[in-house]
Every structure is written in structure tokens, then in C-alpha cells.
Design a protein around this ligand. Structure first.
Ligand SMILES: [Mn+2]
Length: 396
């Protein structure tokens, strides 16, 4: 099982494809069935250049003679599956669109590249053994439990049952209202989750494993992404998971501490730690994230620190990102920080939804309307989506 390719991710577009290709072709070679856990693409309407390149990637699965065959599939509204390969997927949060619109995973399914098991069950068979796979594609965290209740997945009798999902879990990430282990549907033999970008192996009380393969490309540049990328191969007979590392761009993360430091000191220390990390150099340009911490001399402003010059200096040897997480003893800075904090609590989309809600209320529409999907329709390009949104408003 593989997760979070983020194909088309602007910062590392070639990495996103090359590393996904390595992982996918190796998985196709070694496994009887391949599972993709969402965020295959970085956006919900990828460019055609990105789609074309992804078709090439997915065609590699057509080159193999698969033994596992699709026995049955019960898609939404009687939808059929045309895939002749045992490649199964759900959409992630990056690909999610409102249900009237086609998300990129549904597009891949129509093309016959994979079987979409969001709110559907696919049963595969190999030499008399059955594997049943069902799942829930990514939804905003606050809807996770409700959507799970609505889908209410039940294991299929006589099969090895796998449940796929793509959410944050409170056991691994901070955040309010996240779903947790106790919300998972009961009775499955294996639980697989995307979304979180570092690999995790957990054994549930039932004895079933919960596996999170992590992304195949660096995106968040967090400390815990240093580990290396890859995917899991799971042996259903032995109930064992094995992590397969793929060749991926090296990533280094370092925190540099300061105490009432001057500009010169910050620059020198930053350069020094970059040199140390680079050592004699690596075959491919690594990604380096430096986090500057601590305090700087009184009176300095964040804008006085010119880290862009350092990034440029190292450009030919590394992709450097410097996070100025320093404390400035400066009133202007503190006000700025507070303001940012307040504003970042709501994303642009969430703010948009709030405004739409208020407006609808003001014009006397009922409050039980699904404002979120209405907002999604309105933010889509093209006349079709706008017409649908208008129709919905008029029906209220
Ligand atoms: Mn992701």
C-alpha cells in the first residue's frame, strides 16, 4: 500500500513523479494487489500535463499478468468499475470535490486505471482466497465521524477485510475533534490510512494492524520527514507488514539555537550548519530545512535578517529553506505575530463558507443547507457548476 504521491506538487514536481513511479512499479512487481490511500494528486483539478504524466505512470500496472481478479463491486448509484487490474484507491483531502463533480480519482477509474472504493466495496479473488476492500475518501476533519456513520462499512463474510481512509487521527496529531482508533469500523482485518506524511505502524486491540505508509515525496519539511520515503507490503497470511524504502531526495532538518545574537552571528552559524550537513556533498541535491530558534539582540527586526542571500549562496548544492523562528524583543513584531495568529485560525475557504452562511441567513434561507458543498460548487470554474449552485439555492 502506498499513499500521498502528491503528483504535480509545484515545489518538487519531478520528485513527485519519479518517486511515485519507483514506488508504484516496485509495488506492482511485488504485490498481488496495490492500494493507493489518497492524495494521488496535489490538487483537485490537476493540469492536463500532470494528468498525462500520471496516465503513463498508471499504465505500468497494465504490463503485469495479475492473478487477483475483481469478483464484485458495488459502487454508488450502481456505478461499475472498468479496471482490469487489482489497483484500488480512495481520494484524499487534496482531491476532494463536491459529489456532483468528478474528482481526479474518479477520472482514473473511468479510464480503467483503478477501482475507486470510496463508499463502495470491491472483492478480489486469487486462488480461492478473497480480499474485500472498502473505504472512505478524505473529508474535512469535523465531518469524519459523521461520514463514517453514514457509510457504516461492514466486513464481508469469508474474506480478508481491509478498510481504507484518509484523515488525521488524534493518536498521532494534535487538533480538536479529530477521529481516533475508537471510531474505526469494527471487524476489519487491516486498516490503512493516508494523509499523514510519515510512516506509522500500530497494532489495535483486535490484533489488526493500522498502517500509514506516509507520502512518497517531501511536502511539509517537518522534522519527522527525515526518515525516508517508501511503502508497505503486507502479507495477509502471516499478518506482517514490511516497509520498502524507495530512493528519494535526501532531507536534512536542523535547529540552530541563539541567545541575544547579532546579525553576523546568525549568518555565520547558519552557514556553518549548512556546510556541516552538506559534508562532502551528495549525489542528488538534498533538501535542507534550518530552523533558527532563540533570541536576537534588542532592537533587531525580522526583516533585518537576510536569509535569502544564504539560500541563494547554497543554491547549486542544496534546496535550502530557513525558518526564522526567533524571538524579537520588539513591540512591532509582537503585534504582527498576534495578528497573524488570529488571521490564520480560519483558512480562506473556511472564511468564505462563513461569509456565505451569513449572507444566506440574511436573505432568509434556512440554516440546514449544506453550505460547504454549495461553496465548493460556487468556487469551481465553468458555467455548469455555477448553474448547479444556483439551482440548489433556488430549491432552498
Ligand atoms: Mn497528503
Amino acid at each position: 500500500m502506498l499513499a500521498d504521491f502528491h503528483l504535480g506538487y509545484e515545489k518538487f514536481i519531478d520528485d513527485s513523479f519519479e518517486q511515485a513511479e519507483r514506488a508504484f512499479s516496485e509495488a506492482c512487481n511485488e504485490a498481488d494487489l496495490v492500494v493507493l490511500l489518497g492524495d494521488i494528486f496535489d490538487t483537485r483539478t490537476p493540469k492536463q500535463e500532470v494528468l498525462a504524466r500520471s496516465f503513463k505512470l498508471f499504465r505500468t500496472s497494465w504490463g503485469k499478468k495479475w492473478e487477483a481478479k475483481l469478483l464484485s463491486y458495488n459502487g454508488k448509484d450502481g456505478k461499475k468499475s472498468y479496471a482490469e487490474v487489482p489497483v484500488v484507491a480512495i481520494h484524499g483531502t487534496h482531491e476532494r470535490r463536491t459529489k456532483e463533480l468528478v474528482n481526479p480519482v474518479e477520472l482514473l477509474e473511468e479510464a480503467g486505471f483503478l477501482v475507486d472504493v470510496h463508499a463502495a466495496t470491491a472483492v478480489f479473488e486469487k486462488q480461492g482466497k478473497k480480499i474485500a476492500i472498502q473505504g472512505m475518501g478524505g473529508v474535512p476533519e469535523e465531518y469524519a465521524k459523521g461520514t463514517l456513520d453514514a457509510i457504516s462499512p461492514k466486513p464481508v463474510e469469508g474474506a480478508f477485510n481491509i478498510f481504507l481512509f484518509h484523515q488525521s487521527m488524534k493518536e498521532f496529531l494534535p487538533g480538536e475533534g479529530l477521529m481516533g482508533m475508537e471510531d474505526l469500523p469494527k471487524g476489519f482485518d487491516l486498516y490503512l490510512c493516508g494523509h499523514m506524511h510519515t510512516k506509522i505502524v500500530e497494532k489495535l486491540n483486535s490484533g489488526a494492524f493500522l498502517l500509514i505508509p506516509g507520502s512518497t515525496v517531501i511536502t511539509q519539511m517537518r522534522k519527522d520527514e527525515v526518515e525516508g520515503k517508501g511503502f508497505f507490503i503486507f502479507d495477509t497470511e502471516k499478518n506482517e507488514a514490511e516497509f520498502h524504502k524507495i530512493q528519494s531526495r535526501p532531507f536534512f532538518y536542523e535547529e540552530v539555537e541563539f541567545k541575544e545574537a547579532g546579525l553576523e552571528e546568525v549568518a555565520t552559524k547558519t552557514r556553518k550548519s549548512l556546510e556541516k550537513l552538506l559534508g562532502d556533498g551528495t549525489a542528488v541535491k538534498p533538501v535542507i530545512k534550518i530552523k533558527l530558534r532563540g533570541t536576537v539582540a534588542k532592537g533587531l527586526n525580522p526583516s533585518d535578517l537576510d536569509t535569502a542571500t544564504i539560500v541563494k549562496e547554497f543554491e547549486s548544492r542544496a534546496i535550502v529553506e530557513i525558518d526564522k523562528n526567533l524571538e524579537f524583543d520588539n513591540l512591532k513584531e509582537r503585534i504582527e505575530k498576534l495578528r497573524n495568529l488570529r488571521e490564520s485560525r480560519l483558512s480562506v475557504k473556511e472564511m468564505g463558507i462563513e461569509i456565505l452562511k451569513e449572507k444566506l441567513k440574511k436573505y432568509g434561507f434556512k440554516s440546514n443547507v449544506d453550505v460547504e458543498s454549495l461553496y465548493s460548487l460556487l468556487s469551481e470554474e465553468g458555467k455548469g457548476a455555477t448553474d448547479k449552485a444556483l439551482k440548489r439555492i433556488l430549491e432552498m
